[in-house]
Write a protein that binds this ligand. Structure first.
Ligand code: KDG
Length: 308
C-alpha cells in the first residue's frame, strides 16, 4: 500500500546555466512528479500515475522513479506521443518557464488510465492545477481520480500550481474552485491566489477560499514569509527557514510532498508544515526541480540546527 499516489505530467527540464545563457542542463520536472519524489526522499511510500512517450526521455523518467523508489506500475507508455519538455530561464525577477508540451503523452491521459487500482490503496491522492490544465481529457482524469479516492476514503490533496500559459484565468478559477471543494487538503500559493482573486492579503484570501466552499485543511504558502494553516477553526502562521535561494523551481512541489510524507508519519499539521517549509527552503539551494530535493536527514539536521 502507498502513502501517496500522485497524478499529473512529468516534464523533462532544460535549465539555463549561469556560465552561458545558451547552455542548458538537463534535469527533471513536472510538479506532481517533483512532489512524489520529494515525498519518497522523506521516507514515504509513493506511486505515480501518468503517461510518458516511448522515447529516451520517457525511459529516463521510468529509471528516475525506480531509482527514487516511486512505484511505476501506473505509468503508461504512449507509442506515438512524446514526453513533455520545459525550459527554465533565469532573470532579475527570478525564474520563468516555457513549455513544449502540447499533445504530449500525459495530456492524452483519460479516466481509463486509472485502471491500475493504485488510488484505492493510498492514504493521499495528490493532484494539481497543472494536472487539471494540460488538456480536457487530463482534467476529466483528475476528476475521475478524485471520485475514486473519495469513494475509497482516500484523502485528496490539491496544489493550486496556477500556470497561466496553460489555461485562461477564468477557466482556472472555475475549475480550481470546483476542485478545492472536493479536496481534504488545499495548498494554494499566495501568488496563485492573487491572480485568481485580485487581492494580496493572506487573511482575505483565506476568507475567499472558505467562501468558495473549501471544507478541508488549507495551507496558504507565502514563499519566504512561510505558510498559514487554516484548519477551519483557527489559523496558525508558521515561519519559513531563511536561505539564500538560487533557483526556486519545484520548491512548492517539495513543500507538498514533504508535508504529505510527514502527515503520513504522524506529525501534527504545525510540525508537518514547519518541516515542509524547511524542506522547500533547502530545495532552492541548487538548480533544477529534482536534483536539489533534500533527503530526510538533511531536513532534520537543519531543523535541529535552528531549534537549538
Ligand atoms: O513547480 C515546478 C514545475 O512548475 C516545473 O517542474 C514544471 O511541471 C511544471 C510545469 O508544468 O510548470
Amino acid at each position: 500500500d502507498f502513502d501517496i499516489v500522485a497524478l499529473g505530467e512529468p516534464l523533462v527540464e532544460l535549465n539555463q546555466t549561469q556560465q552561458d545563457q545558451r547552455q542548458y542542463l538537463q534535469g527533471f520536472g513536472g510538479d506532481t512528479s517533483n512532489a512524489v519524489i520529494a515525498a519518497a526522499r522523506q521516507g514515504a511510500r509513493c506511486a505515480y500515475l501518468t503517461r510518458v512517450g516511448n522515447d529516451a526521455f520517457g525511459r529516463q523518467f521510468l529509471d528516475l522513479w525506480q531509482a527514487e523508489g516511486v512505484d511505476t506500475s501506473g505509468v503508461q507508455v504512449d507509442e506515438q506521443a512524446h514526453t513533455g519538455l520545459y525550459f527554465v530561464q533565469h532573470g532579475p525577477d527570478g525564474h520563468a518557464f516555457s513549455y513544449l508540451r502540447r499533445g504530449s503523452a500525459a495530456s492524452l491521459m483519460t479516466p481509463a488510465s486509472l485502471d491500475s487500482g493504485l488510488i484505492e490503496r493510498a492514504r493521499y491522492l495528490h493532484v494539481s492545477g497543472i494536472s487539471l490544465a494540460i488538456s480536457t481529457s487530463a482534467c476529466d482524469t483528475v476528476f475521475a481520480a478524485i471520485e475514486r479516492a473519495r469513494a475509497a476514503g482516500v484523502q485528496v490533496s490539491l496544489d493550486s500550481n496556477l500556470r497561466l500559459r496553460l489555461w485562461p484565468v477564468d477557466r482556472a478559477r472555475a475549475v480550481l474552485r470546483e476542485t478545492m471543494r472536493l479536496a481534504d487538503l488545499f495548498l494554494p500559493s499566495m501568488d496563485d491566489m492573487q491572480h485568481l482573486t485580485g487581492n494580496d492579503d493572506p487573511e482575505r484570501t483565506l476568507d475567499w477560499i472558505r467562501d468558495a466552499g473549501a471544507a478541508g485543511v488549507v495551507v496558504l504558502k507565502l514563499g519566504k514569509d512561510g505558510s498559514i494553516i487554516d484548519d477551519g477553526r483557527r489559523r496558525v502562521a508558521v515561519p519559513a527557514l531563511r536561505v539564500d535561494a538560487v533557483d526556486a523551481t519545484g520548491a512548492g512541489d517539495c513543500f507538498a510532498g514533504s508535508l504529505l510524507a510527514r502527515r503520513c508519519q504522524g506529525d501534527s499539521w504545525e510540525d508537518a508544515v514547519r518541516y515542509a517549509n524547511a524542506a522547500a527552503a533547502l530545495s532552492t539551494l541548487g538548480y533544477g526541480a529534482v536534483d536539489p530535493l533534500p533527503r530526510k536527514e538533511q531536513v532534520l539536521e537543519r531543523l535541529q540546527g535552528t531549534a537549538g
